[in-house]
Design a protein around this ligand. Structure first.
Ligand code: ATP
Length: 354
């Protein structure tokens, strides 16, 4: 499996180094044959190359089997004509990474704000919705109509609704067999109405999986009141973005928020959080978000290729993370005393011994 690795900005290089230590341990233990190509994107690339994302990087990612993208500081990356390209949005769009899977679960040994356990995955549509940068063939879908009026367009299409619903049901079939579709169809009658219709249509192909529907504002309350009732939550782009930060935080730390952006051909592992400049360079960042993201990338590769060694490696990394945090081998955000590099080494050691 050939991986392109982009450390990114802020805490990116630190959590990427820790993730690499874990991937190397998994490679040795499970004989994966991983090959890495390290590349730059983001602020450092902007300074050195005059663009935050060189065309060569795009070619390299297309030729590889997966991308590990560290967090990139996207502030100041607003004008593509000046080489200011937001790598995260660029790859999601150009590689058609339509499914953003964001698991959130509690761990023994980690205090969470609710003091109750849950284990769910938010499946967020990634290629349209209320994201002005990806809705138009050309230009941006936010229009300043007059000096004091802005119109923001939200695009919803049947094929995108159907494929994200299918991704959610496939995932639920391997978990607790329950999908919750989150929407605002009482207001966005046509767009979210079609999203719900697509979910109900796909549900017919998965008779073993139950489907229920919840309005997004009620969902925010229910996630706090009773998160354990949810298994797989499927929703449109912006609702998924917002709810997944909530669920990451409810699980104990945003530093636990792993995610994968997957399409039919390509996938990108990416922490759910940003570049955290406030703690960059201090060996304090929790690397688990990116480590879990990389584990999801291995699982995605296993599913695509049928190579079970990758599924075993992915499961071993997840168990090593859980065992490490239960043993208190964790960073400060989880109440531990380890630095980023040490926390990564502790997880790598458990993978090697698995
Ligand atoms: P960006 O502009 O890149 O989105 P940000 O600081 O606005 O960066 P986040 O990076 O998501 O947004 O950080 C939000 C808060 O969570 C910060 O206080 C940050 O220190 C903390 N945080 C984010 N990631 C981690 C992590 N891996 N470990 C510990 N704390 C983290």
């Amino acid at each position: 499996m050939r991986l392109v690795v982009v450390p990114g900005d802020g805490i990116g290089p630190e959590i990427t180094a820790a993730t690499m230590a874990v991937l190397r341990a998994a490679d040795m233990r499970f004989g994966l044959g991983l090959a890495y190509q390290e590349e730059r994107a983001g602020r450092e690339a902007m300074a050195r190359d005059g663009t935050s994302l060189r065309p060569e990087l795009f070619q390299a990612v297309k030729a590889a089997d997966g991308l590990v993208l560290g967090p990139v500081d996207s502030i100041g990356l607003g004008d593509p004509s000046k080489g200011e390209i937001n790598p995260s949005a660029f790859f999601r769009r150009k590689l058609d990474l339509y499914a953003n899977l964001r698991p959130a679960r509690t761990y023994p040994g980690v205090r969470n704000p609710l003091s109750r356990d849950f284990d769910l995955v938010i499946v967020r549509e990634n290629t349209e919705g209320f994201y002005a940068d990806r809705n138009m063939e050309e230009g941006n879908a936010e229009l300043r109509v007059t000096p004091d009026v802005v119109v923001s367009l939200r695009r919803i299409t049947w094929p995108c609704c159907e494929r994200i619903a299918r991704a959610a049901f496939r995932l639920a079939a391997r978990r607790r067999r329950k999908v919750t579709a989150v929407h605002k169809a009482n207001v966005l009658r046509k767009g979210d109405g079609m999203f719900l219709e697509a979910c109900r249509t796909v549900a017919k192909d998965f008779p073993e999986v139950t489907l229920d529907t919840v309005i997004v504002d009620a969902m925010a309350a229910l996630l706090v009141r009773d998160p354990a009732r949810f298994d797989v939550v499927v929703t449109t782009n912006m609702f998924g973005d917002i709810l997944s930060d909530l669920t990451a935080e409810l699980s104990g730390s945003i530093g636990l928020g792993g995610s994968i952006n997957a399409g039919d051909r390509y996938a990108m592992a990416q922490a759910a959080h940003g570049s955290a400049p406030d703690i960059a360079g201090q060996d304090r960042a929790n690397p688990i978000s990116l480590i879990l993201s990389a584990a999801m990338l291995l699982a995605w590769h296993a599913e695509r290729t049928g190579n079970n060694a990758f599924a075993s490696a992915s499961g071993a990394i997840e168990r090593a993370v859980a065992a490490s945090v239960a043993a208190g081998e964790s960073t400060r955000d989880l109440g531990g005393r380890l630095g980023t590099a040490e926390a990564g080494r502790a997880i790598a050691a458990r993978v090697a011994a698995s």
